[in-house]
Write a protein that binds this ligand. Sequence first.
Ligand SMILES: [Mg+2]
Ligand SMILES: [Zn+2]
Length: 241
Amino acid sequence: MKTLVVFDFDHTIVDDNSDTWVIRCTPDQTLPDWVEKSYERGRWTEYMGRVLTYIGDQSVSPEHMRAVMESIPLTDGMLELLTFISENKRDIDCIIISDSNTVFIDWVLHASGLKSAIDDVFTNPANIDARGYVSVRCFHAHDCTQCPINLCKRRVLHDFRENQAKAGVHYERICYIGDGGNDFCPIQELREGDIAMPRKGFTLEKLLCKAISEGPEALSARIMPWTSGNEILRELRALIE
Ligand SMILES: [Mg+2]
Ligand SMILES: [Zn+2]
């Protein structure tokens, strides 16, 4: 049976937030107040729609935006980890579940040469329209009260596992690698034998510590904090060998 590796994208595969990195492609490398202050809690995707429209209005070409997005740094050890995964596809399936968007993730994966490691990407759909603007839409609607309105990663993971099972693919274990508050919900979907891998010093690690102190029985997965993708690589190698 295979191992399923699930990655978050921002601050996990890449060492920054792609949605704020994109601001570097504007002439002033900043957003005006009226755009910045238009963010409403839980409605990030709609806010990003306004950011991307503003960027388009500044006559930023998609080519320039792409070059800026391709310069976002990968997190330490992620190149090695994803290369290892791409060389072990017989034993490892790998997906990304992210609140970024398809255009940014595609650009970064393509530039890093790591596309072959990834079987599927679940994120907000985006495209470049006829004007050359990037437009982004919500990934799905869901009924989870813990998550932002456009994406519940637990729902995505649950549906993915169910669809794979229907196709006859069952996983020996799931390794979930992330850093953020919205990675906490999917970790509650993990079972015994699965591994939650929170980035050390980031929000997810703090949420997991809090949850464990309040009642360790709520989480079934083993927890392995990391600072470098190389630590995850060592763990994964030991697991599949
Ligand atoms: Mg993240
Ligand atoms: Zn949720």
